[in-house]
Design a protein around this ligand. Sequence first.
Ligand SMILES: [Fe+2]
Length: 199
Amino acid sequence: MNYDEDKLISHLLLSLKNYNYETYKHSIRVAKLSYNIANAMQLDLKEKITIYKGALLHDIGKVMIPINILTKPDKLTDLEYDIMKLHPKYGADMLEALTPLTYLIPTVLYHHERLDGTGYPYGLKIIPFGAQIVAVCDSFDAMTNDRQYKKAKSAFEAIQDLRECGVKYNQMLVSALGNMKNTNTKAFEKNNENNGIAI
Ligand SMILES: [Fe+2]
């Protein structure tokens, strides 16, 4: 563990917590789930920690999104959605300036890319594995928690939806998540006060 690095991550998370508590809680949940999936994929410890830390900061760029857009209770307009979609790039820009954390940029920058090229910001079809893991866990967490204008789905329904998305998501990771649901219910414990956000 690098003290400076962990201190920077703590400071960034504290900023996120103060700016929007729901996004902070979502980030913590996604990080735990991403670590569990990385573990199920038998990645080595260094990779697992990189994915965990990248997942903790995957939405850090949301501190640059106007709060009225971030917490809007209704569906976003096209323009607001375009602004919201800047958050992976904003997050990467923040980490670019923090030398010990630059190795986390791929996870942050590419967590909304999709394997069929329909994601953003670049429409990539080749995506770093850590970002693929965070993408699955991020979407799962968003679906299984109440959002401003959508009710939470059950873990079973969310996994069905991720399966139906086909090539958008790495289906090996979706299966790992499904298996985890059967074998490790703790990873799916419902948090009644949460309000996942993954835009
Ligand atoms: Fe995001």
